[in-house]
Design a binder for this molecule. Sequence first.
Ligand SMILES: Cc1ncc(COP(=O)(O)O)c(C=O)c1O
Length: 376
Amino acid sequence: MMRPIQMVDLQSQYENIKHEVDEAVFSVIRSARFILGPDVRQFEEELMQYTGAKNVIACANGTDALKIALIALELKPGDEIIAPTFTFISTAEVAALLGLKVVFADSLYDTFNIDPASIRKAITRKTKAIIPVHLYGQCAAMDEIMKIAKENKIFVIEDNAQAIGAEYFFKNGTGKKAGTIGDAGTTSFFPSKNLGAYGDGGAIFTDNSRLAEKLRMIANHGQKKRYFYDAIGLNSRLDTLQAAILRVKLKKLDGYITARRKAADYYDKAFSGLKNVVIPYRQAQSTHVFHQYTLKVIGGSRDGLMEHLQKNNIPSMLYYPMPLHLQRAFRGNRWKRGDFPVAEKLAKQIISLPMHTELDEEQLEYITKKAVEYFG
Ligand SMILES: Cc1ncc(COP(=O)(O)O)c(C=O)c1O
């Protein structure tokens, strides 16, 4: 019998790595080094090797990673940051909490990522940082974004929660891992992420060692030496238990990415001939790690497709149903419908299909058959 189809199947994944994970977890429990135990630093080192970042600072979650980065860059109330409106809430949320002004930018229709032309329009004398998000697992247009940042002397913080392991190829031929291109990069180890913990987790990457020191201090109550506080910080550490699990899973990340790409290739093949469906665009400048497999359904039948899949026990999700500039949380700002037409259009057209490391051929065949059937 076919295994039930889920957006993410962490149970099946665990079954395949149970032995290693259990051993890692119990070894932390036996050691009782729950806070900043040796696995945390070892995981940071291994992540440095994997990404090529000169420094990695683990923290409690991807939202805190963004917050810590903004604090460490000494952004002050009233400073402006530019972020895409078509993304998860974290970026805008932490900036608003810190009293910064979030200035939204529109997205590119093809890649779903922030549009450099829209960034240029959003820049003012108060702009201090751009926060591109590598949405769904593919890098934003980093050549252009880094150029804009350099011209305007502003920071770039990459929100790499969805694209760990992706590689960006610059126009000059060199390549770099997502999250290691800007002044800092952040990521999330939320369980469903490509590198997911069994609870919350996050990390910050930077090649700037002075910044790294500050980030580490802020993540741990602003202290370098215990009970001596050099700055206002927060309690945002990665649990040793999570670090131990992540060390097991980091070794498998490239294999997991390959499994996701295989599923994406299967979907692409099944959907590429459909008239009302646009398969994910794969750009030459970036590899795609398929955190999500997101179709665009044109002609207004997206909700119908979702319903049809649901009736056939196939889950699907809308990442994201409403751009941030239209959310009630930002109603005090001046944004209105029509301000970011591409993002608004994407929100109406997108649908993400089940995507994880354990999708088998039988499931993929069933999902694609049912989806294709809907379009007749
Ligand atoms: C683009 C993006 N940024 C930030 C986050 C926040 O990460 P976390 O849930 O670990 O706080 C997420 C995911 O949850 C995300 O997808």
